[in-house]
Ligand binder design. Structure first.
Ligand SMILES: Nc1ncnc2c1ncn2[C@@H]1O[C@H](COP(=O)(O)OP(=O)(O)O)[C@@H](O)[C@H]1O
Ligand SMILES: [Mg+2]
Length: 557
C-alpha cells in the first residue's frame, strides 16, 4: 500500500500542467474561453501562477498525515454529527412520520438536509452526490438535497467582508465599484458574489467561507477513523474501498481549499478543451491578479439550468447533441489528456443562450498519471471491442484487482463465457443468490474500487441522470457506437501509439455492453427510459425478496 501510494504521488507530481505546456499562451488561441471576455489571459502575466507546482506538491504531501488514523476518534465531531442527524430523525419520528408516504419522506429529507448543512462541507458534498443520483435514492431526498448544490445558507456580508478585504489586502470599495451583499450562490466551501470591478468588468467573486478548512480537517480525521471499522464489520464494504475513498476525498478537498490551484485547474481544463478542438464548452477566465488562496475573481457568465427543458426548447437547443458533446469532452479529457472536471452536477454548469455550456467550479479536477491514464484508455477500448481478458487486465492495472488476481476465475465467476441471462426474467431469489455469489467472488479476488476511477464513475453517474432528464429516448447502443466512432476518427493515431490498439481498424462490438446491461443477444436497441424501467423491475424483485438492498450488503459475510 505504501509503495503504491508513493508511486501514485510521483506520477501525479510529474503530470505536466496542460496550460504550462502551451506554445501560444494567449487567451482564445490557447483556451476554451468566451468570445468577448472582460480581459485577456496571458500566462506570462499571471503572477498568482508562480510557484504553484510547489504549492500543489506541498498540499499533496499533507494528505497522508491527514488520513492517518489517530488513536482516539474525534469524539466531539462524532457527537455533533450524531446529535444533529439523530435529532433530525427523532424530531421527524415524533412529528411528521405518522403522515406517512410522500409527506413523511419529504419531511425527513428536509430535516436531514438542514442537519447536513449545519455539519458543513463534507456533508454538503455528500448531499450534492445524493442530489445527482435520482433513481438510487427516493425522489423527495434527491429534490431536497438539490439545495446543497448552490443554496446553502450563506455567511452574512458583515462577516464575509473582513475576509474578502484580508485576501485582497485592500478595502472592497477600492477594488470593486459594486459588490452584491447577497451571494448569488453558496455551496460546500464557498459563496459567490456578483460584483463589478472599478475598471468596469462584470465579475463574480468566489470567497471561501471562514472556518471551513478546520472543519474539513476534522471530518477527514473522522472518516479515516471510521473507514477501517466499516471494512472490519461489513466485509463487502471492502469492495467500495473506504480507505481509498477517504484518501481521495482528502486529496481533492485540500486542493479545493486553495483557490490558486482552482485557478490553475480552470486554465488546464480550458487548455485541454481548446486543444481537443471542442467548441461546446466555455470556461470563465480567472482574473490576472485577483486570485489568492481563499478568493477567486473570475469572468461572470450567464445562462440557465441544464434541466430547464422549457428554456432549452425555447433556445432551440438539441439536447441529445448537447449531451453527446459533453460526454465526448469528458471522456476525451480523462482518456487522452488525463485532466477532467471531477465535480459535474447541476450547480456547476449552465447552458448559455447560444447553446454552449458554461462549466464552473474547478476545485475538484480529476488528474490521472500516465500509467493510470493508459490503463484507463485500455479499459475503455477493450470494453468497446469486447476483449474480455484485456478489459480485466486493464482493471487490474488501474488498481481494481491485485497483481496476482486470477482472471480466468473472474471470467467464470462473472459468467462472461456464458450466454446472458436476462435479470428481469429471473426470480427475486435467483437474483439475490446471483448477486451474493458475485460479491463474494469479487471479494475473494481482492477486488476494490480504484481511487483513480472514482471521479470518472461519479461523472458517469451525472451523465446517467442527465440522459434521463434530457434525452430519455436516446438509443444507448447507437450512442455508444457514436462515441467510439468519434475516438476512432479523431484520436486513432494517439491511441494506437499509446496502447497498440487502433480503433479505426477495429469495429465496435456491443456484446460486452449488452452483457453488462443483462440484455440477451437479439436486443440491438434500448432507450434510457427502457433501461430505467428494467432497473426498477430488478430493484422491486430484490426488495420483495430481501426487504431492502442494504440488507443484502449486510449479508455479505
Ligand atoms: N463564473 C461564474 N459566473 C456566474 N455564476 C457563477 C460563476 N462561478 C460560480 N457561479 C455560481 O456560483 C455557484 C457556486 O460556485 P462554485 O464554484 O460551484 O462554488 P463551490 O465550490 O462552493 O460549489 C455556482 O453554482 C454558480 O451558480
Ligand atoms: Mg459548485
Amino acid at each position: 500500500m505504501m509503495e503504491a501510494e508513493a508511486q501514485a504521488e510521483t506520477e501525479a507530481g510529474s503530470v505536466e500542467s496542460a496550460a504550462e505546456a502551451s506554445e501560444a499562451p494567449i487567451d482564445r488561441e490557447r483556451f476554451a474561453f468566451s468570445e468577448e471576455g472582460p480581459w485577456k489571459v496571458d500566462l506570462v502575466e499571471l503572477g498568482w501562477l508562480d510557484d504553484l507546482d510547489r504549492v500543489r506538491a506541498a498540499t499533496r504531501a499533507e494528505v497522508p498525515a491527514l488520513c492517518r488514523r489517530r488513536a482516539l476518534p474525534p469524539i466531539r465531531r462524532f457527537i455533533e454529527a450524531a446529535w444533529l442527524v439523530g435529532g433530525a430523525v427523532v424530531l421527524w419520528a415524533l412529528r411528521e412520520r405518522r403522515q406517512g408516504g410522500e409527506a413523511s419522506r419529504a419531511a425527513l429529507s428536509r430535516r436531514l438536509r438542514i442537519a447536513f448543512e449545519k455539519l458543513g462541507p463534507a456533508y454538503i458534498k455528500l448531499g450534492q452526490i445524493v442530489s445527482s443520483a435520482r433513481g438510487l435514492f427516493p425522489d423527495e431526498l434527491v429534490d431536497e438535497f438539490k439545495r446543497c448544490r448552490d443554496q446553502v445558507p450563506a455567511v452574512p456580508f458583515d462577516r464575509i467582508r473582513p475576509h474578502v478585504e484580508a485576501e485582497l489586502g485592500a478595502k472592497i470599495e477600492d477594488v470593486f465599484a459594486e459588490f452584491d451583499r447577497e451571494p448569488l450562490a453558496a455551496a460546500s466551501i464557498a459563496q459567490v458574489h456578483r460584483a463589478t470591478l472599478r475598471t468596469g468588468e462584470e465579475v463574480v467573486v468566489k470567497v471561501q467561507r471562514p472556518g471551513v478548512a478546520a472543519l474539513v480537517r476534522q471530518d477527514i480525521a473522522a472518516m479515516a477513523w471510521i473507514a477501517p471499522v466499516l471494512v472490519g464489520r461489513i466485509p463487502v464494504a471492502a469492495l467500495a474501498n473506504p480507505p481509498a475513498l477517504v484518501e481521495l476525498f482528502a486529496e481533492t478537498i485540500v486542493e479545493e481549499l486553495d483557490f490558486r490551484l482552482e485557478g490553475e485547474n480552470m486554465l488546464d481544463v480550458a487548455a485541454v478543451l481548446h486543444d481537443a478542438g471542442q467548441t461546446i464548452i466555455v470556461v470563465p477566465r480567472p482574473h490576472p491578479e485577483l486570485v489568492t488562496p481563499r478568493l477567486l475573481v473570475m469572468e461572470r457568465l450567464t445562462g440557465f439550468d441544464y434541466e430547464d427543458l422549457d428554456s432549452l426548447a425555447e433556445a432551440g437547443i438539441d439536447t441529445a447533441e448537447l449531451l453527446h458533446g459533453m460526454l465526448v469532452t469528458f471522456l476525451e479529457g480523462a482518456m487522452i489528456y488525463g485532466v477532467f472536471h471531477g465535480d459535474l452536477h447541476g450547480g456547476n454548469l449552465f447552458v448559455m443562450p447560444d447553446g454552449r455550456v458554461a462549466l464552473l467550479d474547478f476545485g475538484m479536477t480529476g488528474r490521472m498519471g500516465e500509467k493510470q491514464r493508459r490503463a484507463f484508455m485500455r479499459l475503455l477500448m477493450t470494453g468497446a471491442v469486447n476483449d474480455v481478458r484485456g478489459q480485466l487486465e486493464a482493471f487490474r492495472d488501474i488498481g481494481a484487482l491485485p497483481d496476482d488476481a486470477d482472471l480466468d476465475a473472474l471470467i467464470t465467476l462473472l459468467k462472461i463465457d456464458q450466454p446472458v441471462r436476462d435479470p428481469t426474467k429471473m426470480s427475486g431469489e435467483e437474483l439475490a443468490a446471483e448477486i451474493q455469489d458475485v460479491l463474494k467472488g469479487l471479494l475473494q479476488q481482492g477486488a476494490r474500487l480504484p481511487k483513480h476511477l472514482v471521479l470518472y464513475v461519479k461523472g458517469m453517474l451525472f451523465f446517467d441522470g442527465a440522459v434521463a432528464t434530457l434525452a430519455p429516448d436516446l438509443n444507448m447502443f447507437a450512442q455508444i457506437s457514436r462515441v467510439y466512432g468519434y475516438f476512432a476518427s479523431r484520436h486513432a493515431d494517439t491511441i494506437a501509439a499509446q496502447i497498440g490498439f487502433d480503433p479505426s481498424q477495429n469495429a465496435i462490438d456491443l456484446t460486452g455492453a449488452r452483457q453488462a446491461l443483462g440484455l440477451e443477444d437479439e436486443v440491438d436497441s434500448i432507450t434510457h427510459r427502457e433501461l430505467q424501467q428494467r432497473r426498477q423491475t430488478i430493484q422491486q424483485k430484490l426488495e420483495d425478496e430481501i426487504g431492502s438492498p442494504t440488507e443484502l450488503l449486510g449479508r455479505g459475510d
